[in-house]
Design a binder for this molecule. Structure first.
Ligand SMILES: CC(=O)N[C@H]1[C@@H](OP(=O)(O)OP(=O)(O)OC[C@H]2O[C@@H](n3ccc(=O)[nH]c3=O)[C@H](O)[C@@H]2O)O[C@H](CO)[C@@H](O)[C@@H]1O
Ligand SMILES: C=C(OP(=O)(O)O)C(=O)O
Length: 420
């Protein structure tokens, strides 16, 4: 079994470049299915999840060609040959469900396994399905899969999402851009990844306005063509390096980080006593590792991102005083608490609120990544801890961090990956 072995205590110093955003690249790869001519995506990060979504769309007939540069991929969806996504891939990664919108738009039918729950919560898909129904889809749900058909094609509609779900907004946007007539979607997610998807769809010929606000208006078009697109930088990867440097202490410039996308994270780091300087090319963080307690509460964008909650909780474990961390987006996203406790953290949980009593420092321990960001949080904790930490279940981390070990090593961290 592979593990990360981290000797804590090294200060981090230097520059680290953020890759393109996992959560933008996945829906955009699904959206390449909408084009009748090939799309080229540039600066694609090397992530397990990218491999998974590529396999899903290949199984549906898309020809995926990796250019020599490896971070450039051509997607030819001129012929979609299937409407059913392989169950194991959908179960492995929830974002696979994002092929439903494009399949309904291009083929008028889709059969996809239920993505099911995972470590961070139940994660139902009712909002996706309700919105597809509003566009005229007929939905049949069996124990294992969802079968959607469009007997009269997709028709533009007025849709209100009960919660600004990122995935539902993306799925419905992709379906609606080829529906007949106008669609108005209210209470949509406003995340930067939604804006990036809309930018790509518009460059394919779609007519989408309002992405980045809470109402999206779409005028349906008959056909979309492929386009060339560079995906936005990963704000969560950027935030993870900011936290790592804040906790371990040091002076790190996170290149390619867009401060516009990281406002709550930067604000909370400053409140914790960290020096943060923002410019157009990135964000610099300078820290002596002495941190003050802060309270955070996760919310849909532009609120504090749930995908930074675990890493920020790691930071509060060594901040002076009592911090609270409230998770409002997912109902079960505190799996990292038990692992952080093994490293000496003092954390109590009261329903969706974690109360963290800062300790003078964490110590090394044997821990496991329970999900992607939990894994990142443990690595952040380990870099600041006294002694050796072993982190297992690395497949979670591999889903979303491109060259995590290499990037941290170049900042001076003592971290290696071994096969035990
Ligand atoms: C690949 C990707 O982009 N993943 C991100 C996306 O996930 P994802 O798109 O799955 O997250 P959503 O915004 O849909 O989920 C937010 C909340 O809404 C609930 N919900 C969602 C859909 C639905 O039909 N019914 C329902 O009840 C979920 O259970 C959850 O409690 O946004 C999350 C919230 O920012 C992030 O943590 C994930 O990293
Ligand atoms: C929860 C996450 O991803 P996913 O929605 O793909 O599980 C994440 O990126 O932190």
């Amino acid at each position: 079994m592979e593990k990360l072995i981290i000797q804590g205590g090294n200060r981090l110093k230097g520059r680290v470049r953020v890759s393109s955003a996992k959560n933008a690249v996945l829906p955009i790869i699904a959206a390449t299915m909408l084009g009748t001519t090939p799309s080229t995506l540039l600066e694609i990060p090397n992530l397990e999840d990218v491999g998974t979504i590529c396999k899903v769309i290949e199984s549906l007939g898309v020809k995926v060609t990796f250019k020599k540069e490896k971070d450039e991929i051509i997607f030819d969806a001129s012929e979609l040959t299937a409407i059913e996504a392989p169950e194991d891939l959908v179960r492995r990664m929830r974002a696979s469900f994002l092929v439903m919108g494009p399949l309904l738009a291009r083929k008028g039918e889709a059969k996809i396994s239920l993505p099911g729950g995972c470590a961070i919560g139940a994660r139902p898909i009712d909002l996706h399905l309700k919105a597809f129904e509003a566009l005229g889809a007929k939905i049949e749900i069996t124990e294992d899969y969802v079968h959607a058909t469009t007997p009269n094609g997709l028709q533009g509609s007025q849709i209100y999402l009960d919660f600004p779900s990122v995935g539902a907004t993306e799925n419905v946007m992709m379906a609606a851009c080829m529906a007949e007539g106008k669609t108005i979607i209210e209470n949509v997610a406003e995340e930067p990844e939604i804006v990036d998807l809309a930018t790509y769809l518009n460059s394919m010929g779609a007519n989408i306005r309002g992405a980045g606000t809470n109402v999206i208006r779409i005028e349906g078009v008959k056909e979309l063509k492929g386009a060339v697109h560079t995906v936005i930088p990963d704000r969560i990867e950027a935030g993870t390096y900011l936290i790592a440097a804040a906790m371990a202490g040091g002076d790190v410039y996170v290149e390619n980080a867009l401060s516009e996308h990281l406002k709550p994270v930067v604000a909370k780091l400053k409140e914790a006593g960290v020096t943060v300087e923002e410019d157009i090319d990135g964000i610099r963080v300078v820290s002596d590792g002495k941190l003050k307690a802060v309270d955070i509460k996760t919310l849909p964008y532009p609120g504090f991102p749930t995908d930074m909650q675990a890493q920020f909780m790691a930071l509060t474990t060594i901040a002076h005083g009592t911090s609270t961390v409230t998770e409002t987006v997912f109902e079960n996203r505190f799996m990292h608490v038990a692992e952080l406790r093994k490293m000496g953290a003092h954390i109590d949980i009261d329903n969706r609120k974690a109360i963290v009593e800062g300790v003078n420092g964490l110590h090394g321990a044997e821990v496991n990544a329970t999900d992607l960001r939990a894994g990142a949080a443990l690595v952040c904790g380990a870099l600041s801890a006294e002694g050796e930490t072993k982190v297992g279940r690395l497949h979670h981390i591999d889903r979303g961090y491109d060259d995590f070990v290499g990037k941290l090593q170049r900042l001076g961290a003592n971290i290696v990956r071994i096969d035990e």
